[in-house]
Design a protein around this ligand. Structure first.
Ligand code: FES
Length: 236
């Protein structure tokens, strides 16, 4: 029995292994679908919805929807670009994202998507919430102003003995990422680095490092987010 499936994205014939999700399968076929909460190799949660695509006229999260044989997927359409722009603008106004003063600038996926979607002034009013900056830990700074609640840190960062370092605290508009207080003081440099890297924005930053990589040389200073995937696609 064949282990591959055929499907189309915006009319382009694609192939994927059985069990693939749309987002990963698109990437393998050189098609970029924007994502924020997804992490390669970690079970998807579908929480940010920036990867929204259309399958059989229904809006679906590409990261958590498995590909099926013969599936017809819409990705790069006017309607979907508009939906993704709205989600992006909501994420920007809901927090306090002041890119010029953020250490993650140039390596921030939210900022890079803002550029990719040519975002100017959001259509929604800025909320300017009052949020805490937690600098009490020895290795990490946690800035809730920039957190987009994507859960990447909760899902991907574990201690060496498999304990979750991060968890959600409170509910509704008070929902925040918290760190187990008994583990916070034991975070190693390596773990702090991993946490800062897995965070798509500047909500988790490693202490004692600042602007080690000069502005202008950072990942998305050099090329737009998704360019690598699209380049691989045109080389096929
Ligand atoms: Fe799919 Fe966030 S990347 S919902």
């Amino acid at each position: 029995m064949s282990t591959t499936m055929t499907f189309t994205i915006d009319g382009k014939p694609c192939i994927a292994e059985q069990g693939s999700y749309i987002l990963g399968a698109a990437k393998q076929n050189g098609i970029y679908i924007p994502s924020l909460c997804n992490i390669d190799g970690v079970a998807p949660r579908g929480s940010c919805r920036i990867c929204t695509v259309k399958v059989n006229d229904k809006l679906m999260a590409a990261c958590s929807t498995p590909v099926t044989e013969g599936m017809t997927i819409e990705n790069d359409t006017e309607e979907l670009r508009e939906i993704r722009s709205q989600i992006l603008e909501l994420l920007f106004v809901e927090g306090n994202h002041f890119c010029p003063s953020c250490e993650k600038s140039g390596n921030c996926e939210l900022q890079a998507l803002g550029y990719r979607f040519k975002m100017m002034i959001p259509r929604y009013p800025y909320q300017f919430p009052m949020r805490e900056i937690d600098a009490a830990m020895p290795k990490l700074v946690k800035d809730h102003n920039r957190c987009i609640l994507c859960k990447r840190c909760i899902r991907a960062i574990k201690t060496d003995d498999g304990k979750n370092l991060f968890a959600f605290k409170d509910r509704g508009h008070k929902l925040t990422i918290s760190i187990d207080p008994s583990l916070a003081s034991t975070i190693t440099d390596e773990l702090a680095e991993r946490a800062a890297k897995i965070c798509p924005v500047g909500a988790l930053l490693k202490k004692e490092v600042g602007f080690a990589q000069p502005i202008g040389t950072r990942t998305y200073d050099l090329e737009p987010i998704g360019a690598e995937v699209e380049r691989a696609g045109t080389a096929k």
